[in-house]
Design a protein around this ligand. Structure first.
Ligand code: FES
Length: 100
């Protein structure tokens, strides 16, 4: 389990809808989808790049080779052929827990 405090820096930036970040220590993409935090692996299912992500218009782009994924983790453009694995998230107060 990975836990963080969404009220504390740097995770407080996730409070806004459509905010996202790469977890600073773990291979996890974090994104606020309509007010809920969702967590996906940041290891691209194409060839394993884990730190070349950007996110705009609710689409994740892995710039290693251009694969795109929607904010549900589903691949929408290759070369990746598999979705991003999603991790369950639970929230207790300002503590967010991710089950890896
Ligand atoms: Fe992400 Fe190739 S590793 S598109």
């Amino acid at each position: 389990t990975v836990e963080f405090d969404i009220a504390a820096t740097p995770f407080d930036t996730l409070s806004s809808v459509d905010a996202w970040m790469l977890h600073p220590q773990r291979d996890i993409l974090l994104v606020n989808v309509n007010g809920s935090i969702r967590a996906f692996t940041s290891i691209c299912p194409h060839a394993g790049c884990n730190n070349s992500w950007s996110y705009s218009n609710q689409v994740f782009l892995c710039s290693c080779h251009g694969s795109r994924f929607n904010n549900q983790g589903q691949v929408t453009a290759g070369p990746a052929t598999r979705n991003l694995r999603e991790f369950p998230v639970s929230v207790d107060g300002s503590t967010v827990s991710i089950q890896l």
